[in-house]
Design a protein around this ligand. Structure first.
Ligand SMILES: [Zn+2]
Length: 308
């Protein structure tokens, strides 16, 4: 079964300023690496903007309106590290829309998995506000949309080096979504202790794997084999979503982990194989962080090589 891919020039117009690490050059570095190479093995997905009401599968309507107004008024900083430009709202609707299009294409049997090279990223964004370079929670919106299509149990695996606090919050009391995060800890944004396991009906469907700075392949593999794969087996999801940040690479300037591109290939293969054997192949991967351009291109290429 084919794999889909999506990226778009509009994502380059989410202009975060000259010195911001979450820059358009990240996508350009990835595109340069994949074009003429692995990209030809993927089916290109159609361009689709999420409707603001679909953003409200996760986010508060007032936040969506405020973000639109703020961007239309030429943008600025939403919080200490989250700048937006006049095109950022549209770029964010397109990033979320990519997840909806991938879900529909999987539903109609045209593809079984998808790689979505989008920005702005999403996993820190909260119901009522932007946070940490993230505007709309693309992966969380996609999880809710897949549920509307009839896939009741969704697992989200977040291997970005930062804890996916926004995604965790969205599903913390929801037993239908298993949220799993591997991240440097203690570290930004501060959450993600192993003791955070969900609340109420959602007790037990959040799995945090906090790892100390300096962790490498061995620690990640151990977390996968001892915790993550058994949790996925036990939960029995209908689809796997990946918050694929590549900032745990050893060359990343924002964090202190020691992964290589090979580590991402290994994790990708584990999740692809799980999706193939348990979820009819359904897997959608969303780009989150990753700030060393060479390391990012290497890592995404390794990830993509497993998805084709
Ligand atoms: Zn990150």
């Amino acid at each position: 079964m084919a794999a889909g891919i999506f990226t778009d020039d509009l994502f380059l117009q989410h202009d975060t300023g000259r010195s911001h690490p979450e820059s358009p050059s990240r996508l350009l570095a990835i595109r340069e690496r994949l074009e003429g190479g692995l990209a030809s093995h993927f089916k290109t997905l159609s361009r689709r903007f999420a409707d603001p009401t679909q953003i409200q599968l996760i986010h508060d309507g007032r936040y969506v309106q405020e973000l639109e107004r703020f961007c239309n008024a030429h943008g600025g900083y939403l919080d200490g590290d989250t700048p937006v430009s006049d095109q950022s709202y549209r770029a964010a609707l397109l990033a979320a829309g990519a997840g909806l299009e991938a879900a529909d294409q999987i539903q109609s049997g045209n593809i079984s998995r998808a790689l979505l090279l989008v920005r702005p990223p999403g996993h820190h964004s909260l119901v009522q506000r932007a946070m940490g370079f993230c505007l709309f929670n693309n992966v969380a919106i996609c999880a809710r949309y897949l549920q509307l299509l009839g896939h009741k149990k969704i697992a989200i695996v977040d291997w970005d080096v930062h804890h996916g606090n926004g995604t965790q919050d969205a599903f913390y009391e929801d037993p239908s979504v298993l949220f799993i995060s591997l991240h440097q800890y203690p570290f930004y944004p501060g959450s993600g202790a192993a003791s955070e396991t969900g609340r109420g009906a959602g007790a037990g469907t959040t799995l945090n794997c906090p790892l100390p700075a300096g962790s490498a392949d061995a620690e990640y593999k151990q977390a996968f084999e001892k915790k993550i794969l058994p949790a996925l087996e036990q939960f029995g999801p209908n689809a796997i979503l990946i918050s694929a940040g590549f900032d745990a690479h050893r060359d990343d300037p924002l964090a202190g982990m020691l992964l290589t591109a090979t580590s991402y290939e290994w994790m990708s293969r584990k999740l692809r194989d799980f999706a193939d054997s348990h979820c009819d192949g359904r897997l959608i991967s969303f780009l989150e962080g990753g700030y060393n351009l060479d390391a990012l291109a290497d890592s995404v290429e390794a990830h993509a090589s497993v998805l084709i």
